[in-house]
Write a protein that binds this ligand. Structure first.
Ligand code: GTP
Ligand code: MG
Length: 368
């Protein structure tokens, strides 16, 4: 992890160290002049002064050159849509409704539950959905500003209204500059109060079009499966506006969503491929661990040979358990993967050896 002392950062920013220490205190962090802060904190701090911090990261510094995109390499890719919201507001139920809609259409079924990432066909378009609960990992990725999601569906139960995790989800989506589609759920309940939800969300700048705003609202019942088609139409519409494209031919890059040790199969990681096409046999480095793809499985648990952009895929072939949120990159050779992994492990150890204080986006919001 990249670090810098408060005094050095102050010097680079042409400010007094005491000024930065005061600012950090306002942000809920007590530091001394010689203390090191991590790069993310430095970046947040610098942005308070309209300064840009260039992070020479563990991950950039290490020998993997990103392949450039030529216009002709870019093709349309499916949107990645994350369902977020307060506990019990019906996120999983909504995904169930979406998937069973497709099961009814004879296209889907037998979906592996533990992945939490699904590719669904909506009319002629593929859409990737991520369910967030249990995906603490996902919050982490968001907080790091990783742009894995293109669209957020914010589920708010009409009987319960806006709750703390609703607000947290709004912050995360805004931080990542991701458009929000609001799904007001549980409209079948007698105590549903849709207007109250709209009113409450207006306070967070999510104002429905009918009220003169620009946020897309859908009224649904995940239980009764009403309003789902219209929500999916809205997702497609929003995706179209984003004109999402990716390079299908370069070496694959993505993000680790979750990792586990499976008794039969060893280390299994779910990765979202963001660009390039991942193939069996590819050498890679995931966070600090090198590896070679032994097998790939799609979200239905079926073995596949390759995974194009915007594909959630389970991968076998790791030498260690990569953290959720870690970058996943295919390398030119196995040797390169090993070298990069070793270098990152060394840098990580150095970082750990130092007493690094971290500020997360969550406690940052609290302190504003
Ligand atoms: P967490 O993953 O724990 O954050 O919850 P969740 O948002 O995924 O909620 P989940 O889908 O598990 O639904 C919670 C409860 O609300 C379940 O009992 C659902 O059956 C119920 N529920 C979900 N959608 C609706 C709906 O549209 N109407 C009604 N009446 N109940 C619903
Ligand atoms: Mg759930």
């Amino acid at each position: 992890m990249e670090v810098i002392t408060v005094s050095e950062l102050a010097r680079k920013m042409n400010l007094k160290a005491s000024e930065l220490i005061g600012k950090l205190m306002e942000m809920g962090m007590m530091v001394t002049i010689n203390q090191q802060i991590d790069a993310e904190t430095a970046e947040i701090l610098a942005s308070e002064y309209n300064c840009n911090v260039k992070i020479v990261s563990l991950y950039d510094e290490t020998l993997i050159e990103t392949e450039k995109d030529n216009d002709e390499d870019l093709r349309e890719r499916p949107p990645i849509v994350t369902v977020m919201g307060h506990v019990d507001h019906g996120k999983t139920k909504l995904l169930d409704a979406i998937r069973s809609t497709n099961v009814v259409a004879g296209e889907f079924g037998g979906i592996t539950q533990h992945i939490g990432a699904y590719k669904v066909k909506v009319r002629d378009h593929e859409v990737v959905f991520l369910d967030t609960p249990g995906h603490e990992a996902f919050t982490l990725m968001r907080a790091r500003g990783a742009q894995i999601t293109d669209i957020v569906i914010l589920v708010v139960a009409a009987n319960d209204g806006v709750m703390p995790q609703t607000i947290e989800a709004i912050h995360h989506a805004k931080e990542a500059k991701v458009p929000i589609i609001v799904a007001v759920n549980k409209v079948d309940l007698a105590d549903a109060n849709i207007d109250r939800v709209k009113q409450q969300l207006s306070e967070y700048d999510l104002i429905p079009e009918a009220w003169g705003g620009s946020t897309l609202f859908c009224e649904i019942s995940a239980l009764k499966k009403t309003g789902i088609d219209s929500l999916l139409e809205t997702v497609l519409l929003q995706a179209e506006l984003l004109e999402l494209k990716a390079n299908y031919t370069c070496r694959a890059e993505g993000k680790v969503i979750e990792s586990k040790v499976d008794h039969g199969r060893g280390i299994v990681s779910t990765v979202i491929v963001q660009r390039g096409t991942l193939r069996v046999g590819d050498a890679f480095v995931a966070g600090v661990y090198p590896g070679k793809v032994r097998a790939l499985f799609n979200d239905k648990g079926e073995k596949i040979d390759e995974a194009p952009p915007a594909t959630p895929v389970e991968i076998l072939g790791f030498t260690g358990i990569p953290d959720a949120g870690s970058p996943f990159q295919v390398t030119e050779t196995e040797r390169q993967a090993r070298q990069v992994g070793a270098k990152r492990q060394e840098l990580e150890k150095q970082g750990e050896a130092q007493n690094v204080k971290k500020i997360t986006l969550d406690n940052l919001y609290d302190s504003i």
